[in-house]
Design a protein around this ligand. Structure first.
Ligand SMILES: Cc1ncc(COP(=O)(O)O)c(C=O)c1O
Length: 423
């Protein structure tokens, strides 16, 4: 019987039961952290061989560049070849960078603000700028916008991509210059953009001639099942739609090798790549090519990356299974929450009863279970319905995941019963 169907007596009893369960939970003195989507130590251990590479002897990549030296701003050819294949982009339109794709996204925004992008009348900074933000989404995308005064507009994100009707209206405004997307296994919803939605996005008639899609394919290869969601040829689709410069692709090996010491990637049209490299060349003489060469040798080929990702999956998929199982067992009957069952990526997105997410996160915190703040998956940290909680199960041990989600379920029920009785 769902919570709304319970008779007042049964509801009062449920509240008392959850209060007792919560008191017990608190008494356990847990110290659990489910805040950030980080790989676990066991996952990082998979790539320890990287630390012995490139080894003594040969420091040249296959194009003859000595990776110990300055230069080679576009990155090591061998590594770009591997990821060109995996990300479905031509190698000469793919740049390999340093350890964080977020840094490239940040730079691209700053470059656009200060210098404008190809096709722009001038620097974005001279104008009022707005970005479309499918929600829930990745908090650090939103922090970049907030940092630089770019106004953010929420758009609903469904399982197959963002609401195109809402977007079609918004792009009539020339101040709307961009949209953040995480097209494969989105953070945190797990959404997978379909080819049709992608085609429509790249085909949009926008008032801004320099409208850009920030295509952050951070989880392109991070499958949780044996079914591998194919990577879309988004650059080809954009070109075919007559908007060759619309899409900026970002990716990295942060959750393939080392989250702090991997390699990032940027891919786009020839014009955008030339624009980016021209500006990047003032910022650095070249990336850390030794790390890129080590990656190329360690990963070996696209098949080598896929094999490594299967090892990651074997470690993390059971943790996701436990999250889904516990949520179903503890909450399924009450109709107080819904959650995603992602086919890939790093998160489960939990929607609790409207108006209770902040209370749930607070209750959990007081019981020693730290969740990402309520509202963090929304621009300005404001979830209009105060219902979304991001669960990041990869980092803790399976035992800690179980303890945390079980405790969280108690908090969800308690907050829902409190609200119902108060209302
Ligand atoms: C959608 C998304 N993009 C980018 C990143 C960060 O990527 P990187 O480590 O390459 O900066 C994350 C990390 O959680 C993410 O979820």
């Amino acid at each position: 019987m769902t919570l709304t169907e319970l008779e007042p007596d049964a509801l009062t009893q449920l509240l008392a039961d959850q209060q007792a369960a919560y008191a017990e939970l608190k008494a356990r003195g847990l110290k659990l952290d489910l805040t950030r989507g980080k790989p676990s130590a066991e996952q990082l251990d998979l790539s320890n061989a990287l630390l012995t590479l490139p080894g003594d002897g040969e420091f040249r990549d296959s194009s003859g560049t000595d990776c110990r030296n300055y230069g080679g701003i576009e990155g090591v050819a061998d590594l770009r070849a591997i990821f060109g294949e995996l990300l479905g982009v031509p190698v000469d339109q793919l740049i390999a960078g340093d350890n964080a794709s977020l840094a490239i996204m940040h730079d691209v925004i700053v470059f656009a603000l200060l210098k404008g992008v190809p096709g722009a009348a001038g620097p974005w900074a001279g104008e009022k700028i707005k970005f479309i933000c499918p929600v829930p989404g990745y908090d650090r995308h939103f922090s970049i916008c907030q940092q630089y005064g770019i106004e953010m507009i929420n758009v609903d994100l469904g399982d197959e991509g963002p609401d195109l009707d809402q977007i079609r209206e918004l792009v009539k405004d020339p101040a709307v210059k961009g949209i953040w997307t995480v097209p494969t296994y989105a953070n945190p919803s797990g959404s997978i953009y379909t080819e049709e939605i992608t085609r429509q996005l790249v085909s949009l008639e926008t008032a801004a001639p320099d409208f850009r899609i920030f295509w952050d394919n951070a989880y392109a290869l991070h499958h949780l099942t044996e079914t591998e969601t194919p990577v879309l040829d988004v650059l080809g689709l954009a070109e075919a739609a007559g908007h060759p410069d619309r899409v900026l692709i970002f990716a990295s090996t942060s959750k393939i090798t080392f989250a702090g010491a991997g390699v990032s990637f940027f891919a786009s049209s020839p014009a955008n790549v030339a624009w980016y490299l021209g500006l990047l060349g003032k910022r650095t003489i070249g990336p850390n090519k030794i790390n890129q060469l080590a990656h190329a040798r360690y990963l070996g080929s696209a098949a080598g990356v896929r094999a490594l990702m299967a090892q990651h999956r074997a470690i993390i998929a059971p943790k996701f299974d436990r999250v889904e199982q516990i949520l179903a067992d503890r909450l399924g009957a009450y109709g107080v929450a819904s959650w995603t069952e992602p086919q890939g990526g790093y998160f489960v997105s939990l929607d609790v009863t409207d108006g209770t997410a902040s209370r749930v996160v607070q209750l959990a915190k007081e019981a020693g279970i730290v969740m990402t703040g309520a509202g963090s998956a929304f621009p300005y940290g404001k979830d209009p319905r105060d219902r979304n909680i991001r669960i990041a199960p990869t980092f803790p041990t399976p035992e800690d995941v179980e303890l945390a989600i079980d405790g969280l379920a108690t908090c969800v029920l308690l907050a829902a019963a409190e609200q119902r009785l108060a209302g």
